[in-house]
Design a protein around this ligand. Sequence first.
Ligand SMILES: N[C@@H](CCC(=O)N[C@@H](CS)C(=O)NCC(=O)O)C(=O)O
Length: 214
Amino acid sequence: MYTLYVSRNSAGMGAHAMLEELGAPFETVAIDTSKPRTPEYLAINPTGRIPSLVEFDDAGSRVAVVFQSAAILCHLADRHPEAKFLGPVGGAARARSLQWLWFMAEALQPAYLMHFHPDGFTADPSGQAAIDAKATDLIDAAWTIVDGAIGAGSYLGGMAPEICDFYFLTFALWHKAHHRPLAAHPNLARALRGMTARPAVRRMMAASGKTLQL
Ligand SMILES: N[C@@H](CCC(=O)N[C@@H](CS)C(=O)NCC(=O)O)C(=O)O
């Protein structure tokens, strides 16, 4: 049994979709980000950020506590190897999937953070527009690389989704089409249409009130 702590629009959407795919028992607990985090939540995730995952055994004891959305995806994939969302330890497929996870954690997620919260990157309000413009360029450059890696495949993972596909789903759902349309990246757009057509992903999107804006 898993408890996934989420908030509206949080980086937990990929893990939420993966839990739906796995068919494992889980609940989501919504954190109100307008309020200070409780001591109980800070004991789970000392950064206070969202998402976090707690796993319980059949007796109801905690067996794992994980924060950082990329690490949560890795843990879920490792706990459910039959789903093949991450290849076997030591294999090339696993290395490739982890490589894309790290790339997106390093290049894509921080660029969206810059875009949504430019005030966090400068003390000078007049500099925020320039930061947002730079973030837009960085987002587009990262998606261009992802688009090239998907190539003629159905997913970044290849012919089936892997953890990296669940990870980039979150950022794609954050994207506002008026900004610079994701449809400019045809392989990415095809992979996203495939991801968002999956019944499990649709359940997550309905629960999260999200639509894909290409
Ligand atoms: N790298 C972290 C980022 C977590 C993060 O920044 N979460 C945001 C929501 S997407 C958050 O907690 N915002 C509320 C806050 O900082 O108080 C992850 O992927 O889990």
